[in-house]
Design a protein around this ligand. Sequence first.
Ligand code: PLP
Length: 236
Amino acid sequence: MNIAENVAAVREVMDRAAREAGRDPKEILLLAATKMNDADRVREAIRAGVDLCGENRVQEMLEKQKQGAYDGVPLHFIGHLQKNKVKQVVGLAELIHGVDSLPLLETISRTAASRGLTQDVLLEVNIGAEASKSGFAPEEIPAALEAASHLPGLRVRGLMAIPPVCSAPEENRPFFLRMKQLFIDNSEKKYDNVSMDFLSMGMSGDYAEAIACGANLVRVGSRIFGPRNYGAPRVP
Ligand SMILES: *Cc1c(COP(=O)(O)O)cnc(C)c1O
């Protein structure tokens, strides 16, 4: 299977999941999680019609961006962002998905404001309450939105989550449904600088379930590019 065929197959599953849930397929965005795939492969995915690219590592993103890998679609940062790398990501990534703490929000705000920019971000929710994962607890989200509403240079555009690893995609449904409810609950109150537009959840193994439960942005890597070979040296 090549990348174009994979993208077409993913789209088909997305469209079916949306229609079965009574949703318009056009309201759901496909982000290609491009980590460990070189610029040529990323371009191939863009030509095949993915809506967005998402990168995990800052250095890799900068290198591939210089090569024009993401030309034609918005670039998102979906990895764990360290405070000392914020300067390199603000203004380059249209949306930063995994903002997992108030100090990180504040650092992004300061950096963006000092450059006269507004940086869009998603708050990451640790929906499985896993000790190994970062993110806000669901009950911390209202206070985080309140705090964000007072920060310059920043706009919160929604929520993202990575549910616990599970053996079958259906097992993630309760987590996805809880995220959807959290998204709805926190959309009711209006805050400055907050616009709850994106619910980013679902990866290669479970994007259909995520769409059934309300995701409007899915992040798909291996289902588009094939398995990532973490062990082997990277081909230049
Ligand atoms: C790698 C990655 C994905 C895609 O993972 P696949 O299982 O390969 O689809 C999605 N989201 C994040 C945050 C990732 O790091």
